[in-house]
Design a protein around this ligand. Structure first.
Ligand code: BG6
Length: 480
């Protein structure tokens, strides 16, 4: 089967002078259009509030691409050829006129992507302006891409869904969670549903617990304005960790199509029982040492209020009340300024029901563990016990090992994958409206500020209370 082809289109980036455009979108588009030869008849229109002309925008975009590591001789001519700019200050009717003019000039058939790379506070008003200017439809297709976060809680996510649905059909809407674009995250579906070996053990009879860790060594950098309004629960748990969780816990879909997969993900979210606040630990980093260097605490970061109540760490337990998972804890954990960058899933299997090696005085049997590393060092390891070749009988735990990079080399970036899917109209890796609401339904009750925030030193694996959370059931974190 040949891959779907990209039709000629206009790619409109609203928020074209922002950080996301410079760091992620332009590099992904440049890479796709020039190196992979995708959509050569693609033109890009940047829209933002600054009053810029085309040339100034092109110069800025070129600098951003250079900063992202591109140094090709034709960079300047690509920018001149592909990029255009229209200020949003002149109103969205003027944006609509410019779009029409570009489509006429380049003979484009009216296929449009409108990518909202904006502050979440202005998603709603921008979507309304797009609708009023008639930009929700076109002679070809129109697809609206909305960056995360989609809402701040259940009510605001519902309100935002209402506004989007007033102007766009769900089939036009692509809610981005860039974790779903990571090759290794997508592979979770193949790993589970193309390999009968694991699926038979993927349930409460065989699994003891599942852990998902997304740790980051970085602090909040220059993003205090965003992060102060967000915190780790909104920034990471409600979206990225929840997406990884659903792919691990969902039932097999009836087909590999977008609706079928998303239906199963929603069903899984609905099966999660109300989260017990006692099974949630919030933390915030204090000053500490990382890689031999002293780093600031969250309260000392630039732009952070001295009395800020924002959390930079969350650990929690999810319980899934369905036939497959009833009684099996899923531990989720994420934080900034942890010892290293790591996204990992650890599935710990039950011990053998009978332990007959004890009589021979051998050491204890260990649970089999499947460790799936989503980044960095993408791959998996399956740990099992073997007999060490000596007397007396002694057991040792050893891994089977698979490395993505050893097998396939460099992996494509998440934004390239997701933009390609938008361009070819595949919604599988995007979050549906009801899915985003289900996820907020789970986490909104934890947002009322009632939870204590435990301090942890930068460079450690979070507050001790998080260890207690896992230990309460006799389990412990597999990482470190
Ligand atoms: C973003 C969050 O969505 O994901 C950031 O806003 C976080 O706070 C980032 O650092 C992590 O993404 P990745 O792909 O580097 O793991």
């Amino acid at each position: 089967m040949s891959p779907p082809s990209v039709e000629p289109h206009l790619f409109v980036i609203v928020g074209a002078t922002g950080d996301l455009t410079k760091r992620k979108l332009l590099p992904a588009l440049y890479e796709m259009i020039t190196r992979q030869g995708i959509g050569e008849r693609c033109r890009i229109l940047g829209v933002a509030t600054s009053q810029l002309d085309d040339d100034t925008f092109r110069t800025q975009a070129c600098q951003a691409l250079q900063a992202a590591g591109f140094s090709q001789d034709d960079l300047g001519s690509w920018c001149d050829r592909s990029l255009h700019y229209q200020s949003a200050r002149d109103g969205y009717e003027a944006v609509a006129d410019r779009i029409q003019a570009l489509e006429d000039e380049y003979g484009l058939p009216g296929n449009r992507v409108i990518y909202l790379a904006l502050r979440p506070q202005i998603f709603a008003s921008t979507i309304e302006s797009l609708g009023k200017a008639g930009l929700n439809q076109s002679p070809g297709w129109t697809r609206l891409v909305i960056e995360k976060p989609f809402g701040r809680d259940l009510d605001s996510a519902r309100d935002l869904n209402d506004i989007v649905h007033a102007h766009f059909a769900e089939a036009q809407i692509y809610r981005i969670d860039h974790y779903l674009g990571k090759e290794t995250v997508q592979n979770l579906l193949v790993f589970r549903f193309a390999n009968a070996l694991f699926e038979n053990s993927w349930n409460r009879d065989r699994v003891k617990h599942v852990q998902i860790t997304v740790s980051e060594d970085e602090g909040i950098g220059t993003r205090a304005r965003y992060y102060e309004e967000s915190g780790a629960l909104r920034d990471m748990v409600q979206n990225h960790l929840t997406q990884v969780f659903t792919l691990i816990a969902m039932e097999p879909p009836v087909s590999f199509e977008a609706q079928a997969i998303r239906d199963e993900k929603v069903k899984t979210l609905r099966s999660i029982t109300k989260i017990d606040p006692n099974a949630v630990v919030f933390g915030r980093y204090t000053a500490g040492e990382m890689d031999g260097e002293q780093v600031r605490g969250y309260h000392e970061e630039e732009g952070v209020a001295a009395d800020s109540t924002t959390e930079t760490f969350v650990a929690l337990r999810l319980d899934v009340d369905n036939w497959r998972w009833q009684g099996i804890p899923f531990y989720l954990r994420t934080g900034k300024r942890l010892p290293r960058r790591l996204t990992q899933i650890v599935v710990t299997f039950r011990e053998p029901p009978v332990y007959f090696f004890a009589d021979s005085g051998s050491s204890q049997v260990h649970s089999n563990m499947l460790v799936i590393t989503l980044q960095p060092d993408e791959g998996f390891r399956l740990f099992f016990d073997v007999k060490a070749p000596e007397d007396p009988l002694r057991l040792e735990t050893r891994p089977f090992h698979f490395s993505y990079r050893e097998a396939f080399g460099e992996l494509p970036g998440a934004y390239e994958t997701l933009i390609f899917d938008v361009l070819t109209g595949d919604q599988t890796l995007f979050v549906r409206g009801d899915e985003v609401e289900e996820s907020w339904r789970l986490f909104t009750p934890l947002l009322d500020g009632g939870l204590e925030i435990h301090p942890y030193e930068a460079g450690t694996w979070g507050p001790e209370a998080a260890d207690q959370l896992a230990l309460r059931n006799g389990d412990s974190w597999a990482v470190p």
